[in-house]
Design a protein around this ligand. Sequence first.
Ligand code: ATP
Ligand code: MG
Length: 444
Amino acid sequence: MKSRHDEDGKPSLPAPRIIPRAEHPISRQHISDAALKVLYRLDGAGFEAYLVGGCIRDAMLGKMPKDFDVATSATPEQVRDLFRNSRLIGRRFRIVHVRFGREIIEVTTFRGQPQDEHADHIARQSDAGLLLRDNVWGSIEEDALRRDFTVNALYYSIADFSLHDFADGVHDIETRTLRLIGDPETRYREDPVRMLRAVRFAAKLDFLLDEASETPIYELAPLLLQIPPARLFDEVLKLFMAGHGLMTFRLLSHYDLFGMLFPEAEEAMADVDWAEELIEAALANTDRRMAEGRPVTPAFLLAAFLWPAVVQRKAALEQEGMPGVPATHTAAQQVVSRQLQHVSIPKRFGMPMRDIWDLQERLTRRQGKRAFQTREHPRFRAAYDLLLLREQAGEIPSGLGEWWTAFQQGDEHEQRRLLSKVGSDPASQGKRRKRRRKPRKKTE
Ligand code: ATP
Ligand code: MG
């Protein structure tokens, strides 16, 4: 973006390039009825109303937008008063959610530049330049400058269906370039999560980061340690559960960002030769499932990310003389508690993650009714998937995975045959249990 300055040395506001309806591809067919309703009602009440952000960017790229962000001159309270089905949310960044059935339209009021206001209670910056709160209202020109990337600062006007381009975003879409608006280092310091967003968009859109936006990341990556773990969890979901997880992982690793989110996994990858392959295989698996429209859960990915660290810590504890079962438990505990200091894991994912780990041991013990019980466990499928990946990555020899594949597919007769093989095949039995096992009870 050209940066012009007025007499006080302050950057002057950009004049948008206004692209009339006939000269851009965005049509109302790209826009959900709910989003249109919000835009029309704001417009009808005399406010400015635009679609902005990912929905316009994606529509320009020929993709169907998945959700809609509205920017308006109305304050959050004014928006709330216009829509009964709305809720004010956020503190750091106050926005209004307008709900239509399952669809939520995010409405944000134009943001101004915090330095220009002497309004410490609505905008706050830490000594390091981190933006703690950002609720100074402004004009659309100011709002455009507050956004992260040029391609995210395209505004679609509901008044005349024109597109307002404040930062050469259309050009950057054409050249598939991700470029921060303003000085990249300052923008990353204001909000280090922008580094993760850069990688996420690069992977998702298959864009290249412009050099000036790319260079500061290597050095500024540790700023992510200042971000609250709960916010990083939301970001982790967007990074890895959007269908481009493997690419995203490789880019994060390239920019030294992955270790800021998952230090345990990063350290295990340095020491354990199968760890990276396991993590990549889990991501490829999740991407494939998403492409096929099958269900995916973050619990599985998190279990895979952290599994090498659990194995490594368990081995260390056993070396100190702790028996296997408590060692597994303690190792899991240690890995999780360190992880939670960086990226939080809500219980609804943390519990199943632990189950998937616990099941790894149970999958080796199949005698008697055990195989049938394990098969019925709600996390069996995810645990079995992890087992296959462990074999694929070379952590453990293959065989057990194949056994479970056959067991799931087989009829009763085949299952009995497989179970009888377990008794006679010591290689496929739980190692530590072998000596202590009671004589086999008769089944059936
Ligand atoms: P998607 O919804 O596909 O993930 P998006 O670009 O819409 O991508 P959102 O998180 O929905 O991303 O944010 C909507 C818009 O808000 C962005 O396009 C951008 O203009 C602005 N924005 C979001 N987060 C930031 C941020 N951390 N800093 C500056 N601007 C941001
Ligand atoms: Mg969005």
